[in-house]
Ligand binder design. Structure first.
Ligand SMILES: Cc1cc2nc3c(=O)[nH]c(=O)nc-3n(C[C@H](O)[C@H](O)[C@H](O)COP(=O)(O)OP(=O)(O)OC[C@H]3O[C@@H](n4cnc5c(N)ncnc54)[C@H](O)[C@@H]3O)c2cc1C
Length: 581
């Protein structure tokens, strides 16, 4: 970076800092974030109100609710944050149109439960989008129709969905009503679509793994602690058999230690039964793990802005096609797993079903579509089992919070859309247990990068000018880090080496990776490749191109010994090779 540009950037950042300080937010421009090691050092000294086990959507939501009620918490995640289901979702912030549809089916037995599920999700959908405008967006979805009966059916169904939203609206974000669209408009978005008309309804969309990161960063700035690669191996109990802490193992530092806390929240998703059984070996299992797979296709197959919902594929299942980060993702499947592994792979049947359903719907060449698949992934959906359910379809889609005799609070089931509500309700239980009376905060908490309702377009223009960035790159930084983008860009521009690009088709540079290591606890290449950046989900070939460079940056920054590097390289490369087609 030349001297003039450096002076301009520095003076811009100083001006902005003054502007922000005068707005009463002194910590703003250079967010003071702790490293993983500083969080762990705190853990050894503190006694926590709440120890949260699991660093996915649920654990991050509980952490934020603790922060907002003045409780001191720590999140312990045995792998990387969001490495479970929370990075592998369809990325929809939704009320669940298909549950809405089920409410009106004569055969439906749990009508009330489904109604509550939809109403609750629609309320949370607005909250979600208004908490974090930079990582989320409105998302029009097309339901294609082949006859007028279907058109009427889906239009009125979507209208009821919209009316339920209006009825339960809690302020915050507003969604447009559904509308009917014709062939011409459909063709502008989906050039391979065969249908002549359809219905557009609105939901929200987001970047799931980045959302966990933003939640945790926000909590951290409010005094909470968190550490990834720390597995909870046991529960500490007192003489009255009440939980007083956990036995933890730091997988990076290879150290066993104890953390003291007044209560423990089990937010381990698909693995919640393990902790429940650790607490009480006599309890019956409550979690049904259902695997769901997705494929990533190039954007040419879909629209830049619209999603596409096939309400009934050839075998009756629903399939979404969602524009995401310049590509199109499609999913999801449902496959019951007896013993869920952390990273289940996409089975051959699922892969073929997804491709076939796609090719049945669109006028595309099947072999070309198969060649064009850019990535595939599979996640474990943690559903709560009720004893009379016979199939996964009957397992409840709601969430449940269970408090054991010894005080383990297990929050199970649910979905990404309602993480905030799950967090608040869990902390209600925490307060009952530890006798704290601090009320929920009235206003919706904003996430760190969303400190003000900044004008995205204006902000992108500023970034393009200040940092000489193409529009797409400026948009990437803003929609990934929000206002924190200036901190990332500052690091990139601090040193000419940090500007080195990792891949010609992606905006990632050495400086961004350094930021993710220093301030977002990235500790393995996969953390960078899959969750801090989303490369692995977007283009699996790209990660083979950048793997070595990312590895070198990490080795230098984290001062890995030769022995450690060799062990890591082998372990990680095997992990990544599993992804190969
Ligand atoms: C295919 C698929 C698509 C989905 N699509 C959507 C969608 O579009 N919209 C939506 O709203 N929801 C969606 N969901 C649901 C949503 O993703 C999940 O409900 C949510 O991510 C669950 O979050 P979690 O934190 O409970 O679980 P997870 O994200 O799985 O997190 C649990 C964490 O606990 C950790 N852990 C386990 N044991 C221990 C231990 N002993 N010590 C420390 N840590 C431990 C694990 O490593 C894991 O990271 C989808 C789910 C799937 C699978």
């Amino acid at each position: 970076m030349n001297k003039v540009a450096f002076v301009t950037v520095a003076s811009f950042l100083t001006q902005r800092k003054i502007q922000l300080q005068s707005a009463g937010d002194s910590q703003h421009i250079y967010y003071k974030l702790k490293s993983r090691e500083e969080h762990l050092a705190d853990a050894l000294q503190n006694e926590y109100d709440v120890i949260i086990v699991g660093g996915g959507a649920t654990g991050a939501g509980v952490s934020l609710a603790c922060a907002n009620r003045g409780l001191k918490s720590i999140v312990l995640e045995s792998k990387d944050y969001a490495s479970g289901a929370s990075s592998k979702s369809t990325k929809l912030v939704h009320g669940g149109v298909r549950y809405m549809q089920q409410i009106f089916q004569l055969s439906e037995k749990n009508r009330m439960e489904k109604w509550e599920l939809v109403a609750e999700s629609l309320r949370e959908r607005s909250n979600f989008l208004s908490m974090c405008s930079y990582l989320t967006q409105d998302f029009p979805t097309l339901i294609p129709c082949t006859n007028l009966f279907d058109l009427g059916y889906y239009y009125f169904g979507s209208l009821i969905y919209h009316c339920v939203y209006l009825y339960y609206q809690t302020g915050g974000h507003t969604f447009k009503p559904p509308r009917i669209v014709g062939k011409e408009e459909i063709q502008q978005h989906f050039k391979y679509a065969k249908c002549n008309y359809g219905v557009i309804y609105y939901d929200g969309q987001f970047n799931d793994a980045r959302m966990v990161q933003e939640l945790l960063v926000t909590s951290s700035l409010k005094g909470q602690n968190m550490a990834n690669y720390v597995e909870v191996k046991g529960l500490l109990k007192n003489e009255q058999n009440k939980i007083v802490g956990v036995q933890a193992f730091d997988k990076i530092g290879q150290k066993q230690f104890q953390i003291k806390g007044k209560c423990v929240v089990n937010a381990t998703g698909g693995w919640a039964d393990n902790l429940r059984l650790m607490d009480d070996p006599t309890v019956s299992k409550r979690i049904v793990s259902v695997a769901g797979s997705h494929l990533t296709m190039p954007q040419k197959y879909g629209s830049r802005h619209w999603g596409y919902l096939i309400p009934k594929t050839n075998d009756g299942r629903v399939l979404y096609m969602v524009p995401w980060q310049g590509n199109m993702i499609m999913g999801t499947t449902e496959r019951k797993l007896e013993n869920p592994t952390h990273d289940p792979t996409v089975s051959h049947e699922e892969y073929m079903w997804l491709l076939k359903s796609f090719c049945d719907e669109f006028a595309v060449d099947a072999s070309e579509a198969a060649r064009d698949v850019k990535s595939k992934w599979c996640g474990v959906r943690p559903l709560v089992y009720s004893s009379n359910a016979l199939s996964t379809k009957e397992v409840s889609r709601t969430h449940e919070i269970e408090v054991s005799k010894s005080g383990l609070i297990s929050v199970m089931g649910g979905k990404w859309t309602i993480f905030r509500l799950m967090g608040e309700q869990t902390v209600d239980k925490v307060q009952e247990l530890i006798g704290n009376k601090q009320k929920r905060i009235e206003n919706l908490p904003k996430l760190v990068g969303d400190w003000t309702q900044f004008d995205h377009r204006k902000e992108i223009q500023i970034m393009m000018k200040m940092f000489d960035l193409p529009q797409s790159y400026a948009a990437y930084f803003l929609t990934t880090y929000g206002d924190r983008a200036y901190d990332v860009l500052k690091l990139i521009y601090e040193n000419p080496e940090n500007k080195e690009s990792l891949h010609p088709q992606f905006p990632h540079t050495v400086g961004e990776i350094l930021y993710q290591i220093r301030y977002e606890q990235a500790r393995k290449p996969e953390d960078i490749l899959f969750r801090r950046t989303r490369l692995g989900f977007l283009d699996q070939n790209a990660i083979f191109t950048v793997y070595e460079k990312v590895f070198q940056i990490m080795a230098k920054e984290l001062k890995w010994s030769d022995k450690f590097q060799q062990q890591f390289l082998k372990e990680n490369f095997e992990y990544i090779r599993k992804l190969e087609f």
